[in-house]
Design a protein around this ligand. Structure first.
Ligand code: ATP
Ligand code: MG
Length: 896
């Protein structure tokens, strides 16, 4: 029986018993954000079971497309390894909505399997719920199986994990009963035993699960639930089509059924190898075949590869397949789209949506394949290098995290690559350790140069223990009564004299210490006659603000009370850029999508720089839209609100935080609201403008790629943006007055000029050629050649022509003299080029190659070529005339 026949037999059987055949719902779950993909036949009937939706039938049957590759149901890691798990599979099912119950469900299942499909009852096992303190063992199910014909000893009790089903914490639930099948050679094998049911391995395999929705679970008090019998119990069943096919087609594995094997063969054909199940290549082909099904079906249902949620899961699936093809099967170029295309061929009879979406699927797969390959090549090479350096031992997680961080090698693939080398990990566990490693890595990376120095300098640690510096910079940019708590020059010193450089710590300060991308403040410290310049501010240890200083005049002492004044102009420029960074971050997410994450930033007085995750260059339209959005919020002059709150509250309020950033217990949250509510909300310790209008103006100046999947934007604001516009204005004015046209006509005018220039150049070339071939001083008949030993020789200068034109001229002249030798030379920019042409009748006597060999040295160079045409040159233009003169002699000698 083919897979298609099994599907049809199942659906027909239940139709014959009063069930309405219902089409599969899409893989993209409708109205259920809790679900990544449709993963069971009952999904589309959820509301019907809950009594929220009425249907005009009480019995239904379907073959449902399912994907189990993420969330609560995740079989992705089993694919290719077990014989029975897929990411995509079809679940056959029959459903009763408050109509028939346990007895009929059991009867139908037995009848279909044993009487219709003719499965051997001696290979079937039936499990039922064994009960707990709230629910009695499912004796009904046991009795019904027995009545249907199952031998007592083949009916087994199991616990909650296997045989109790619930929709959620509350709602419908009930015992279930599974049917398992022994797949070994003979029903009499000792392996066909109760101990192997629900055991490891695939020899006894679950094929069908019958769920009896019998209770309503509700919470009586927090953490305590009660079960009430449902007034109208329901039935939900699920049988994997691929698993039924295994059993009915007498093969060992889902991958050998007619549903999947042809896809494997297609992959094998593309790779030009045979499918051998036990090899690494065999595994790769299974993964590709399975993932090709998931990919084609998911895309046909509107799920596209992306960076979040189900889209990310799909990308992961696709990339695993592409990886296996590229890495294990050495497939080059796009191959995966050919496999998915084959899936469309194979399955569109049963699922016509595949055919409708054929082009689209192919295009999406090709795109993803192209995008991924470049990333992959780099990442895998690096991974190989890593293993070479560890001689095959497990590399440090941090080095692996670096691959991900720098080259965008997906962590999922890093894990797959590790598994190939014999290191296995639980996915969640791996992700957790990986994240920690990544975080450490990014922290060290974001550690400033000052901080790494401080590691060797204990002075700051000691100082921080003794005194904290209070930061006053949010409220003010100058204080008049700051006390110098410490001065540092290598070690702590008591004073710094005129001309000395060092560092100062104050008890309180308006100077902002470099952090979160915002540069440190600059300014001055003054006391009476003493003037000290602050050229940078940083924080080597938490709580300590260190000013880098140079005493310009007088002496600065520990204990001095001084005035500390930040350079307000620079600080204001920095504020503008910082708030603009937040607006731009929000705008990027709005325009490009929420996959955009900050990957680093610099906020300086003269510019802002923002690194973010995104896969493509910004289009002109996107760039314009981002600029427009930011400037729109600037013009609305929205207040910039800062709140201090506990970190948990901040996260709960939805504020964006930076991955890998160290935050204290209390954080500042910066909020900017637009017409439609919060536009930007981020954790931020930096200094900002009071309202967005202060920014003045915002302009993106560049967008470039800095690593795979990471881009960098530079932008300017305020006076810098204004200056840029002003300069552009001046430029446009100068251009339009120079070209004597209006600004609106400027582009056209330039295009016209370019056209004219091109035409003029062409005309000039033609003219030069004409002049040269017409020749000044040419004889009346246009023949300026001389007769040398009965041969016409024409030697002349052709300066002013370029190389092609001189060649062309030699053609013309040779044609004109018909029989003879033409020698042309031109000088340009200190170099000489020569060409010698000999007509066909003279090539044996005066070969051009011979002539040039003797001529070229005269102009200080070399030359060579064939008997009819030769070229050469040198770097002594002053000898060009002599060389041309000499050519007559050369011909004469050759003719002699
Ligand atoms: P298993 O324990 O074998 O993973 P399950 O308990 O997850 O199966 P159910 O959730 O009861 O399975 O799903 C109903 C039926 O769907 C199963 O009996 C099986 O035939 C099929 N099925 C479930 N998961 C998969 C899968 N990943 N690939 C193919 N068929 C599956
Ligand atoms: Mg499972």
């Amino acid at each position: 029986m083919t897979g298609n026949e099994i599907r049809e037999t199942f659906l027909k059987y239940f139709e014959g018993h009063g069930h309405t055949r219902v089409r599969s719902s899409p893989l993209l779950p409708a109205n259920d954000p809790t679900l990544l993909f449709t993963n069971a036949g009952m999904n589309q009937f959820k509301d019907t079971f809950l009594g929220r939706e009425k249907r005009d039938y009480v019995r239904a049957t379907s073959s449902q497309k399912c994907i189990r590759a993420g969330g609560k149901h995740n079989d992705l890691d089993e694919v290719g390894k077990t014989a029975r798990h897929h990411t995509f599979f079809e679940m056959l099912g029959n459903f009763s909505f408050g109509d028939y119950f346990k007895q009929d469900a059991v009867r139908y299942a037995w009848d279909l399997l044993v009487n219709v499909l003719k499965l051997d009852p001696k290979r079937l096992w039936f499990t039922v719920y064994g009960g707990d303190e709230d629910v009695t063992p499912d004796e009904d199910a046991e009795r019904f199986w027995e009545e249907a014909g199952a031998p007592r000893e083949r009916i087994l009790r199991f616990g909650r994990k296997d045989n109790f089903w619930q929709m959620g914490e509350t709602g419908p639930c009930g015992p279930c009963s599974e049917i398992h099948y022994y797949m070994g050679p003979s029903a009499d094998d000792p392996e066909n035993s109760a101990e192997n049911v629900n055991g490891p391995g695939d020899t006894i395999m679950e094929i069908w699960n019958l769920v009896f929705m019998q209770f309503d679970r509700s919470e009586v008090e927090p953490g305590h639930y009660k079960l009430d019998p449902l007034p109208a119990p329901s039935v939900d069943t699920g049988a994997g089509l691929e698993r039924l096919a295994v059993v009915l087609q007498g093969v060992k594995s889902n991958y050998d059924t007619d549903l999947i094997r042809p896809i494997i063969e297609r992959a094998a054909q593309l790779a030009d190898r045979h499918y051998e199940p036990e090899t690494q290549e065999g595994f790769a082909m299974r993964v590709i075949a399975d993932h090709a099904r998931a990919t084609a079906f998911a895309i046909a249902d509107g799920i596209l590869p992306g960076n979040e949620g189900r889209n990310y899961v799909l990308r992961k699936i696709m990339r695993r397949a592409i990886y296996q093809g590229h890495h294990t099967l050495d497939l080059e170029g796009s191959f995966f789209n050919q496999v998915t295309d084959f899936v469309v061929d194979l399955m569109s009879d049963a699922y016509p949506e595949l055919e409708t979406q054929r082009e689209f699927i192919s295009k999406m797969v090709r795109l993803e394949e192209e995008r991924f390959r470049s990333t992959l090549t780099v990442g895998l090479n690096k991974l190989d290098e890593l293993f070479t350096s560890t001689k095959g031992a497990m590399p440090e997680l941090k080095s692996l995290a670096r691959l991900y961080d720098t080259f965008g090698t997906p962590r999922d693939l890093i894990r797959v690559a590790l598994e190939e080398r014999g290191f296995t990990f639980e996915e969640e566990e791996f992700n957790r350790s990986f994240n920690t490693a990544l975080q450490e890595l990014q922290q060290t990376a974001s550690t400033t140069k000052h901080e790494s120095k401080s590691a060797i300098n204990q002075v700051y640690e000691t100082l921080a223990k003794r005194s904290k510096s209070l930061f006053k910079g949010y409220q003010t940019t100058n204080v008049t009564d700051a006390k110098v708590v410490a001065l540092i020059k290598g070690n702590e010193v008591n004073s710094l004299g005129e001309g000395e450089e060092g560092e100062a710590v104050l008890d309180h300060t308006p100077f902002y210490a470099e952090s979160g991308g915002q540069v440190g403040d600059v300014g001055v410290l003054t006391k009476d006659e003493t003037l000290t310049r602050v050229f940078d501010t940083y924080s080597p240890v938490q709580g300590l603000i260190v000013h880098k200083i140079r005493v310009e005049r007088g002496v600065l002492n520990v204990g001095d009370t001084i005035a500390a004044e930040v350079d307000v102009e620079k600080r204001d420029a920095t504020r503008r850029n910082h708030t603009a960074t937040h607006l731009m971050h929000a705008a990027l997410r709005e325009v490009l999508g929420t996959h955009v994450k900050q990957a680093g930033s610099v906020v300086a007085p003269t510019y802002l720089r923002f690194d973010y995750s995104h896969y493509q260059p910004l289009t002109q339209a996107e760039k314009e839209e981002i600029e427009r959005l930011v400037n729109y919020h600037i013009l609305r002059n929205e207040p910039v609100q800062t709140d201090e709150m506990a970190i948990e509250d901040a996260m709960r309020s939805g504020a964006m935080a930076l991955f890998g950033e160290k935050y204290g217990e209390k954080v500042r949250v910066l909020t900017i609201r637009g017409l439609e509510g919060v536009f930007s909300k981020e954790l931020c310790g930096g200094t900002h403008v009071r309202a967005t209008g202060d920014i003045g103006l915002f302009k993106i100046v560049s967008d470039e790629s800095i690593a795979s999947g990471v881009r960098r934007i530079r932008a300017i604001t305020g006076t810098d943006a204004y200056e840029r516009f002003r300069e552009a204005e001046v430029l446009v004015d100068e251009l339009s007055s120079g070209l004597r046209t209006s600004r609106t006509e400027l582009v056209n005018a330039v295009a016209r000029l370019q056209d004219e220039l091109k035409k003029a150049r062409r005309e000039a070339d033609d003219l030069r050629l004409k002049i040269a071939s017409g020749g000044i001083g040419a004889s009346a008949n246009g023949d300026e050649s001389r007769e040398i030993a009965g041969v016409k020789v024409l030697a002349r200068e052709a300066s002013g022509l370029d190389a092609p034109a001189m060649r062309q001229l030699s053609d013309t002249l040779l044609a004109r003299i018909k029989s003879g030798v033409v020698i042309l030379g031109r000088s340009s920019e200190g170099k000489v080029s020569l060409i010698v042409r000999t007509s066909a009748d003279l090539t044996s006597k005066v070969p051009a190659g011979q002539v040039i060999k003797e001529l070229a040295p005269i102009v200080g160079g070399r030359g060579g070529g064939k008997a009819d045409m030769a070229e050469g040159g040198g770097n002594q233009p002053e000898n060009l005339g002599a060389a041309l003169q000499k050519s007559y002699e050369i011909v004469e000698r050759l003719m002699a």
